[in-house]
Design a protein around this ligand. Structure first.
Ligand code: PLP
Length: 369
């Protein structure tokens, strides 16, 4: 049996009949940038996120960068985030001229440890970016409380958490802005690059609309220098077709995670993911912890099971951040988890038989260690 890590080809077969006429229509009307598909998607995605506004942009990285710019984070400012995220989070911070300041994570959820945030706040701190890793929201209430007390803004990196809930509230809707990626492999994925910012604040929404379009309020009249960071009409059309299925797909992911949990919890030495009481995760990734991770990955690969590592090297130890001078041991929880994590195949259309095959293979590995 072959178990891919992710199967976007079966997903396409589910929506092909709707996608093809949409693409033809866009071609025939030469409607490529902006237009009714983009505004339609923005309305529908804002509604999914219980947010007043959604502004479609070119990628999740654009979303983070534009949100930081729109709230006024710039040169000399510090932004608190985690070292166990995709580098886009910290790239966005550096690219607006600010400095990322890392805080370690909880071992169980792998999300930011809010107990450690206040130690890192200085006069230069302007924002906190919690990352809702693997589809599970960070513990937002204490984070929002700390931000309020220190006059900071919270920008949610929701790039892995489309539709996830924190105490009944939507991921992305709790901070001043929520940033989403629609990279093809995300829970809601385009057929190329795409992203969005959601917010309740009309000034921030207006600013991001300007930033994504070269700083222009109307054509060729530029209030500021911006970016070329718009959402394409065809991508918006694809996202609208998939958005109708996101709820069902997220439910399937949760069912798959529950079945993995049931089968894997019986195997000694395997730590299954923890879903916090306050969270409804959308399982963008299903990540277990295990000693001897590299050998397990090889063993599963030999059996036709594709896996991933999210993420094998913490950001503070990357060459790109050597100038910060961090040594091993600086963020012990992140470093410990990075050496033991492995992401198992996870997507809505994964079959029970495939999950059983993955679990049996892990059992076989553990028994023969
Ligand atoms: C995917 C992702 C991003 C970046 O999104 P792109 O659309 O690839 O630019 C940022 N942060 C996290 C946590 C992500 O998973």
């Amino acid at each position: 049996m072959k178990v891919p890590f992710l199967d976007l080809k079966i997903q396409y077969r589910e929506i092909e009949q709707e996608v093809l006429p949409m693409v033809t229509d866009a071609m025939e009307n030469a409607s490529f940038i902006g237009g009714p598909q983009v505004s339609g998607f923005e309305e529908e995605f804002a509604s999914l996120c219980d947010s007043k506004f959604c502004v479609g942009v070119g990628s999740g990285t654009d979303a983070l960068r534009f949100a930081l710019m729109a709230v006024g984070v710039g040169p000399g400012d510090e932004v608190i985030t985690v070292p166990n995220t995709f580098i886009a989070t910290t790239e966005a911070i550096s690219q607006v001229g600010a400095v990322p300041v890392f805080v370690d994570i909880y071992p169980d959820t792998s999300n930011i440890d809010f107990f450690q945030i206040e130690d890192k706040i200085t006069e230069k701190t302007k924002a906190i970016i919690p990352v809702h890793l693997y589809g599970q929201p960070a513990d937002m209430d204490p984070i929002l409380d700390i931000a309020k007390r220190h006059d900071l803004v919270v920008i949610e990196d929701s790039c892995q958490a489309h539709g996830a809930l924190y105490k009944g509230k939507k991921a992305g809707a709790m901070g001043i802005a929520g940033c989403f990626s629609f990279y093809p492999g995300k829970n809601l994925g385009a057929f190329g690059e795409a992203g969005a910012v959601v917010t309740q604040d009309d000034e921030i929404a207006d600013k991001i609309r300007m930033i994504r379009d070269h700083g222009q309020e109307k054509k060729y009249f530029h209030q500021i220098e911006g970016y070329n960071g718009r959402l394409d009409a065809i991508q918006a059309g694809v996202l609208r077709i998939k958005l109708k299925r996101l709820g069902a797909w997220n439910r399937s992911r949760r069912e798959n995670a529950a079945y993995y949990n049931e089968l894997l919890s019986e195997i000694p030495g395997v730590t299954i993911p923890v879903e916090a009481d306050f969270a409804v995760s959308v399982y963008h990734l299903y990540v277990i912890l295990i000693d001897d991770r590299d050998r397990l990955q090889q063993f599963l690969g030999d059996k036709g099971i594709a896996t991933g590592l999210h993420y094998p090297a913490p950001l503070h130890l990357q060459k790109a951040y050597a100038h910060f001078g961090f040594k091993e041991g600086a963020f012990p929880v992140t470093e410990n988890v990075a050496g033991r994590l492995i992401s198992l195949p996870m997507y809505p259309q994964l079959s029970k038989e495939q999950i059983e095959y993955v679990a049996e293979s892990i059992k076989e590995f553990m028994n023969n260690k």
